[in-house]
Structure formats: C-alpha cells, structure tokens
Design a protein around this ligand. Structure first.
Ligand SMILES: [Zn+2]
Length: 572
C-alpha cells in the first residue's frame, strides 16, 4: 500500500513449484458469515503475470468474472501482480486510507482451485514506519510482518488491521486475548476489557472451555457504523464512536461482543452441512441460519445477563422489544423461517420497499423461536435442561470435529434434549408461518405478553415516512393497509392531509385529529405527478408488547422463573 490515500492495495502473489501448463486463479465472490454474493472481483484492476522479472510477461486471460488463467510457458515460479480498490468500511469488505488498512482475505486474495489446502504466507509491506500489523494469524519468527495461514480457509478467516491501532492484551482462562481499536470515540478500553472478560468466561463455561490458542477482537470506531463478522479466532466489530456512554447503547455494544464471540462455536465450528466446506464461487444454501444466527442472537441477550452486566428486567425488556419488532412485520405471516434462511442470499441482504411485507429476518424470528425452545425445554425438565444442552450437544456431535449438520440432525438434537417430538413445533413455527404462541410458553414461568398502548391512539394509515432533504418520503406501505388499498406507493412524496401540508414529524399527531372510519384526502407526488387519494383510516395498532408477571402466580411458576433467571419473579 505505497499510497494509502489512493485506496489501492497492491498485491504480489508468488506461486512456486508449479508444474502445469496453465495456472488458474479465482477470487471468492462472498465471504463466510455474510451471505451475499458481493462480487469482490469488481474492485480488482491492473492484473498481470510474469516470471518474476516484469519484462518477461506471461499470457493471461479472463475466463469468467472472478477467474483468471495464466499460460505458464514452462515456468515453475510465477509472479502475479494486481491492485484492489478498498474504500468500503465494513467488517466484510476492505478499507484503506491515510489512517489504516483493513482487509478480509476473501476480498483480496486468489485461491488456486484444487490447492486450497496448501499453507500460504503473507508478508505485509507497511507504508509508514509507525504502522503495525494486527491479525489472528501466526507470525513467523525472524521474518518481520510475515504470517502463515494453514490453508486458504484460514487466510479468509483472518482479517488484517494495519495502522496505528491501539492494542490491549489480556488473559482469560490462561489464554491470551487482544483488543485492537482503530478510530477515536468515547470507548473506555479498561471497562470494555473488564466486561469482555466476563462475556468470555460465561461463554467458555457454557461450552466447557475455549477452543483456541489466542483470540483477537478488532474494533473499528466509525461515525454511525454497526456490524460484526465472526471468525474462528477473532472477530471484526464496527461500532458508533460515541456509542459507549449511554447505558442502552453500551449494552448494545456488549451484545455485539457476546454475539460475535458466541459464533466462534455456533457457525464457525458448529456448521450446517452446506457450510462444512465453503464454496467461494457461489451461494451456499442452508435452511439452518435461523439456528446459526437466531440462537446466537438469543444468547447475545442472555449472556450479558449471566455475566451480570445488566439485570433481569433489562433482559425481559430487551426480549419484549424484539417481540414487538417481530409482531410489527407483516412478512412474518408470509415467509417461513427456514425459507428466510435459505433465501438470505437474495432477500435479507437485498432489502427493498416490499421486504417487510414479504419476508422475516432469520435473526429476529430465529432468536424468538430459540427463546421459546429454551422455555419449552426448561418447562418440561424443571430447568434441569435447557437450550444450553442443545448447544453443548451440537458442539460435542458436530463442532469439535467440524462435521456439518443437516436440518434433520439439528432437529434430532433439539428433540433429544427436550425428550419430545417437535414435528408440530417445526411445522408451525419454523417451516410454517403460524403466529408464535407466546403465552403458552410463558405461562409456566409466570409471565405473559401484555400489549401496551402508549399515549393517545393513532388511527391506522399503514405507511412509514422519512424526512429526506426537506421532503417527506414514504418508505414503506404495509400490504392491505388503508394506504395500500388507496393506492399509495412506497417512494411517493407525502404532501398534505385534506389540503394542508404535513411533515414526517407531524404525521402521527395530525392523524389523531381523525377517527377510525374517517376518510381523509392524502396528497402525494407519485413520480412527479400530483395525486390526491381518499384513504379510510383503520383501527389503531398497539404500540408495543411487554413481558410481565401474571397476577397471583403459583409457587410452581415462581420456581420455574427463578430456576431460569436465578432471581425472583415477584421482584420484577
Ligand atoms: Zn451473527
């Protein structure tokens, strides 16, 4: 990276001992953990191959979007040179500027088909004397800035951070850990490390130890970023630089840590069959992401509670918020959870104005289904068994050996822990779109789901708006809602109600001037055309759900509750 401000990584690839007349090189189209074909090759430029002497160029041609082929002309040592544009700051892309370089192997390095198991050495040439290299890869003694990956998967699984990042080292259960922070903000590293240690200890206890020699947390502080990408021995985190002061935001960060760390077991080692061996050239389909991501999301709420970073009320409030979010998305009645997982590649990562009408996130519904499964197992076994035992069994049966599991094997594991047939549960809530029966699963724990009205009811219109450059733009129109029936379209600019201008900020308040059944005249610009549409307002929607204790709970319910959360139901 001789000119970091150009955003161009310069890569030189040395292939030695090659015996074939041609050398094929392929660039991954996606990176594990982020289920979208990202076409990393679109950022590649200036490709050339030679014998090591740039004057002796070798003939190279492109076979497909991500496939290059070199005629080796009987040379066993081939040097390939190319540049990769890196100006996207996210955990799954590359970013290079005057402050640092960050890359993911899948977005930077070729693999040689058939030779993915060979070890690979990487040497980083630092552009500035004070830039250092941080990566989970093993460094080679005596060779500065040189690292070795056992195979291509390991290379892809090992992000690099190069710059003046702050570096902190700490130990948990006798294993070395590092936290590297790029960017400025209001994070307090000592506090982060203290809480991260607690998270690591609680998760290690759940799975019975830490299955790595060394672990790296790579944290990017950015303006409004949020994201994480899990790896076997590290994770990349992107978080808003001033998001560490307010309690709620800090907790969200801790959940992100708990989430990505949990993945080192669930999804990095306990993998669905389709992800046992990654195919870097195309989509890898699985119906089990609801477990990989959903169960992980459920635990990212539970683990900080067990680590005593927040209390039981906090946990229940968090679950209530997630349930509210799920119940507000009409797509939950359209797309089954297993299908949401399968179609991640074309839907979850490619959202559009209709997404909330037609799909449900396998993170969101997956975590709530995991919650219900936890309650189901606990209720049947008096808290002597739980979803923890499912995690441990999946770890024993598949994770340790890294054998891929099928959807049926996952279900078998859950059923064997629960000691009951779950065909009905799977048919209805995982492969079907039936509403989740919250109260049925909450009742044994002395809880119920209360629908809460906050403030004055707003007659239902069925659209969401956003203020954009002084305009009020309709982002989403709920299928079959009053607005949809009247012909209002996502993308329309909202102008007025009954001839009077209305802004995004005023909309909800202005609707309170009308009653259910009233017809209002809604004016919009639809592709520059002024339209005034009569809309008949519907029944107000409830604003949120809350998990609350039921009145007069029995002793059995109180026992179940304290067995689950280790605190008293009556103290809530
Ligand atoms: Zn995740």
């Amino acid at each position: 990276m001789p000119q970091p401000e150009s955003h161009l990584f310069e890569v030189t690839l040395f292939v030695k001992g090659w015996q074939e007349p041609v050398l094929d090189l392929k660039l991954p189209v996606w990176t594990p953990g982020s289920y979208l074909v990202r076409e990393y090759a679109k950022h590649l430029q200036d490709f050339s191959a030679d014998t090591g002497d740039q004057r002796n160029r070798l003939l190279a041609r492109k076979i497909s979007k991500n496939h290059w082929q070199i005629e080796t002309a009987n040379t066993s040592e081939i040097t390939v040179r190319y540049r990769v544009f890196a100006n996207e700051l996210s955990v799954r892309t590359n970013h290079l500027d005057s402050t640092h370089g960050y890359f993911n192997g899948a977005a930077l390095f070729f693999f040689i088909p058939g030779w993915e198991q060979q070890p690979i050495r990487v040497t980083i040439v630092s552009p500035k004397p004070d830039w250092r290299v941080t990566t989970p890869l093993r460094s080679l003694p005596g060779e500065p800035n040189t690292f070795e990956a056992a195979d291509f998967d390991t290379l892809v699984d090992s992000p690099f951070e190069i710059g003046t990042q702050q570096l902190y080292s700490f130990e948990v259960l006798s294993k070395p850990h590092q936290l590297a922070i790029w960017g400025q903000g209001n994070a307090n590293p000592e506090r982060l490390i203290e809480d991260t240690k607690k998270i690591i200890e609680v998760e290690a206890e759940l799975f019975g130890g830490l299955p790595y020699d060394r672990y790296l947390f790579l944290l990017h502080l950015s303006s409004n970023g949020f994201g994480g990408l899990e790896h076997k021995n590290s994770c990349s985190l992107n978080y808003s630089r001033f998001g560490f002061r307010a309690k709620e935001k800090y907790n969200r960060f801790i959940q992100l840590v708990a989430h990505e760390f949990f993945h080192l077991w669930n999804v990095k080692r306990i993998r669905p069959k389709a992800l046992e061996r990654f195919n870097y050239e195309q989509e890898n389909y699985t119906t089990s992401l609801w477990f990989c991501e959903g169960a992980t999301s459920y635990y990212d709420m539970v683990i900080p509670y067990r680590a005593k970073i927040y209390d039981a009320k906090n946990l229940l409030d968090n679950l209530s918020k997630e349930i509210t979010q799920l119940q507000m998305i009409p797509g939950r009645k359209v797309q089954p959870l297993s299908e949401s997982s399968f179609d991640a590649w074309i839907k979850l990562y490619r959202r559009d104005a209709n997404s909330n009408n037609s799909q449900i996130s396998y993170y969101l519904k997956g975590e709530i289904v995991s919650f219900l499964l936890d309650l189901l197992i606990r209720a049947r076994h008096g808290n002597q068994r739980s979803l923890d035992d499912v995690m441990r069994q999946m770890w024993q049966d598949f994770g340790i050996q890294e054998i891929g599991f099928t959807a049926q094997q996952l279900r078998d594991a859950i059923e064997s822990v629960a000691q009951t047939d779950l065909s009905d549960f799977f048919n209805r809530y995982i492969d079907g779109t039936e509403e989740l029966p919250f109260d049925e699963y909450l009742e044994p724990f002395g809880l119920r789901l209360l629908s809460v009205e906050t403030g004055e009811a707003v007659p239902h219109l069925g659209l969401n708006v956003n203020a954009e450059n002084g305009k009020t733009v309709i982002q989403f129109v709920e299928a079959a809602s009053p607005a949809a029936v009247a012909g209002v379209d996502a993308g329309d600019e909202l102008l007025a109600i009954n001839g009077w201008r209305v802004t995004a900020e005023q909309l909800s308040d202005r609707l309170k001037d009308y009653k259910v059944g009233d017809t209002i005249q809604l004016s919009v610009f639809h592709q520059e055309e002024l339209r005034t549409l009569p809309v008949t307002l519907g029944e107000p929607r409830l604003s949120r759900y809350q998990l609350v204790p039921i009145e007069n709970s029995t002793q059995a319910q109180q026992q179940n509750f304290s067995g689950w959360l280790g605190t008293s139901l009556t103290k809530l």
